[in-house]
Design a protein. Sequence first.
Length: 308
Amino acid sequence: MSASESCTRLTEAHSKSLLNNHDTFLFDCDGVLWNFPEIFPGAVELLNYLTEHGKQLFFVTNNSTKTQDDYAKRFNDIGYKAKPEQIICTAWLTAQHLKSIDFKGRCYVLGMHSMAHELEREGFEICGGIGPDPLASDATAIKTDKLNLDPNVNCVISALDLHVSYIKILKAATYLNRPNVLFLATNDDASLPQSDEVIMPGAGTILASVATAACRSPTILGKPHAPMFDAIRSVFPNVDPKRTVMIGDRVETDIAFGNRQGTTTLLVFSGATSEKYLDSLKQGDERDLLPSFCVKDVQQFLNFLKSN
Ligand SMILES: O=C(O)[C@H](O)[C@H](O)COP(=O)(O)O
Ligand SMILES: [Mg+2]
């Protein structure tokens, strides 16, 4: 797909064609449906409209701060009846990945309680990393014997951790100094999409600190990488990428994910990507990042679908 063929501004005709020629719609969450707690206008109505038109919906979010059940409850609270199996979130995905490789051992996790919940639900042991772990104020030299490291840790997982600290990065890097220790990451998003000038560092900022200190690169499970689509196939084996639309706000994760899987991609400008940034990409040769279509937001997409 050339730059001129992609990034087509969505119209009513395109929207009806997307509806008639696709069975499955994959929705990113942050920046597309909401910047929580703000739910975007038209978001819930669009989900219900597509469901009423017989479409299969999945929610593919790199956000690791909530469990599948948390998301299912959130969707039900805002008026969309979601089943947990429709929700492909990275906390759940990480547990499924460890299951798929028959992992045995203990994990040091830089993340929120949702990570612990999903991992422990599958029987994996967490050994630190969740919650605050501040540097002692009188710390002069940090000696290994003061760190209470667990000799049985053989996996380090980097996720979105609002309690990240120097000591936690130090412990993660020290564990990763052992070559047998597996290094996983939920995602490498630079930031969380925000509707004002605040920049909320994303999971990628934490991952970069650990990877830099440890001089190692992780296996990243979230978008744009394949495990999320594999997880959808495990729930819905008949999913056909050619009849699937991926709707996202970040080109490096959502659009690249859809393009690599061969789906149609729809970029919204309500989150991480501005029209100006997309225009700058069109000058380059990163086809992977260019969407099939782009639209202002989910409300405009819904309006096009409902127009006569
Ligand atoms: O930093 C992060 O983890 C991400 O920015 C955030 O959670 C992305 O969520 P998504 O847009 O994939 O729903
Ligand atoms: Mg997003």
